[in-house]
Design a protein around this ligand. Sequence first.
Ligand SMILES: Cc1cc2nc3c(=O)[nH]c(=O)nc-3n(C[C@H](O)[C@H](O)[C@H](O)COP(=O)(O)OP(=O)(O)OC[C@H]3O[C@@H](n4cnc5c(N)ncnc54)[C@H](O)[C@@H]3O)c2cc1C
Length: 381
Amino acid sequence: MFSIWEQQALLRFDVIIVGAGIIGLSAAIELAEREPKCSIAVLERGPFSSGASTRNAGFACFGSLTEIAADIDRIGVEGALQVIDARRAGLELLRKRVGDRNLEFEMFGGYELLFPEQISALDHLAEINALLKPMFATQVFRPADAAIAKFGFNQKAVAAMLFNPLEGQIHSGKMVAQLMKLAAERGVRIITGAEVTAVADGAEIATVDCRFGVNQPATFAAGQLILCTNAFTSTLLPDVPITPGRGQVLVTSPISGLAIRGAFHFDEGFYYFRNVGDRVLFGGGRNLAFAEETSHELTLNNAIQERLEELLRTVILPEKHFQIEHRWAGIMGFSSTKLPIVQRAGNRVAVGFGCNGMGVALGSSIGRQLANLVLGSPVQK
Ligand SMILES: Cc1cc2nc3c(=O)[nH]c(=O)nc-3n(C[C@H](O)[C@H](O)[C@H](O)COP(=O)(O)OP(=O)(O)OC[C@H]3O[C@@H](n4cnc5c(N)ncnc54)[C@H](O)[C@@H]3O)c2cc1C
């Protein structure tokens, strides 16, 4: 039971965005900047973003050599370059919007570790560098074998290394906190603890059923509804082709004399680690159990956690003493083509998803494309 005042001013908006991750908040900021008179609300089920945006590793990256080679095999050169360019543009937009200091952006560069069975990836080095040169105006991937000893990795296990000077790393919690602040400053109402249970499209308006706290229901209405619910979109719109993929990380205790600085990947990006000050954050391993990790559950898989810990102790930090002090999981969303998807899902409903594990870079691009779609202008990067 709601008063007429509540119905008119608190439950009805020009645009409602569901999901306060990087895509939802970027779309809200973009819309508020371009249409300041538009009333905009973001409905988020958690106390803040509660999917991937605050649970990731904070790599500001656009793809390692083995990952790009795998993408070229899957979606062709044109598709792979298109997605890399959207990541490049998105990262540029995020840095401009939030600011490097607010993001705690650190430009230590990115590295890829190649194990003996992956050494043939180097056959693609010249070709992929040539493809990327027009976009980045520099040689992106450079041999860096001396880094194996410099960072203290197991020299018997790691056969070669590559360096990419264009990658950086951020503090993901601060990124989302700043995006929430920017959205609120532009008049966006962010309503947390609001779990959307159903959406309905209509000729004039779209409606959103919501559950608050202990089953307190409310129905919101909007001229335009945008779902930025990542892997959870399929629970509201079952026909939207997005597949969940759970990602897990662990973080060590502070390690004295830690040499590791930068964003490191291996195995087509299925594993990734970085320094967080003098700690190491290590994540991945989804490829060890694809079926089990196609999950919406924010729980840990012990077998994957054990494998991460083993690789950390034997390959990445073989000489160091440390404990594991933090572990968590987050849920990514994968599109079938590896390309981001921004599209209408009805008269009054749009969806934007498909960061495919690289939302720090892609999220702002997708937010801008959603604003373009909703405001009716041509979709552009
Ligand atoms: C462990 C891990 C490591 C990663 N590492 C990196 C990395 O280093 N670099 C990188 O670029 N990317 C990384 N990613 C991927 C990146 O975090 C995502 O691509 C990105 O955050 C997706 O943003 P999003 O806005 O689409 O989704 P999300 O951040 O998942 O936001 C969706 C939001 O919708 C909300 N929601 C869902 N359903 C409902 C509902 N019914 N009602 C209300 N709200 C709802 C969720 O609570 C969530 O806040 C990683 C992901 C994980 C899980």
